[in-house]
Design a binder for this molecule. Sequence first.
Ligand code: PXP
Length: 243
Amino acid sequence: MLKRKLGINIDHVATLRNIRGNTFPSVLKAALVSLSSGADSITVHLREDQRHIKPNDVLLLKKKLNKPLNLEMALTKKMISFAIKVKPEFVCLVPEKRKELTTEGGLNLFYNLPLLKKSISKLKSFNISVSLFIDPEIKMVKQAIKLKADNVEIHTGSYCNFLNNEDKNKSKSEFNKIKLAARFAFKNKLGVHCGHGLNYTSTKNIRTIKEISEYNIGHFVISQSVFDGLSNVVKKLSKIIKN
Ligand code: PXP
């Protein structure tokens, strides 16, 4: 049976830290608490504008953690060089727009093809497992296979929004898209990850798609921690995903 894993995205610990321009709360401590509470990996998104995670955070996490680090980043030459310097276990390529509040959709795998191809093979040559963040569309999965990615991370953001807004028809249809894309990717030997907008309820639902092996969850974890504490939230999500 596929072992399901939980990745905790700690970007918003850095958001809180940066508000006061100091060192508290510590992203390293948040990562260590998450890992000791059941997380299998830590995810950070180093954005071009460095609005939360900074390059030094990534370097420190890579040095101190004894579990995989998943670096989310845009497809730019500068970021690829940085990733090769840090050598995280995973890189997840995501689209990035400067003014967006958060990642708004999957990466268009038909755009910027020469750089995309070259970057994937370069990262892989440094033993970095490459994941492509995609919308739940078969054509994107097919392209990820062609590009020889190791994994796809299926964007669950639209599904979660429909679910939160109690739009049953749209959430059902988006859920089916995720299921079909996950099955197709799995059959074609890609690792299937998912993420964006997940909370307890949506994770419980997505968890029924048995082809998905990894869940990357951030904003909800840090927000719910205000009420319940980071360790309790990670433990609860870990239980939902792994039981
Ligand atoms: N996966 C990817 C590729 C993302 O860009 C993000 C947001 O940084 C997440 C997962 C986590 O999303 P959320 O913070 O909504 O849980």
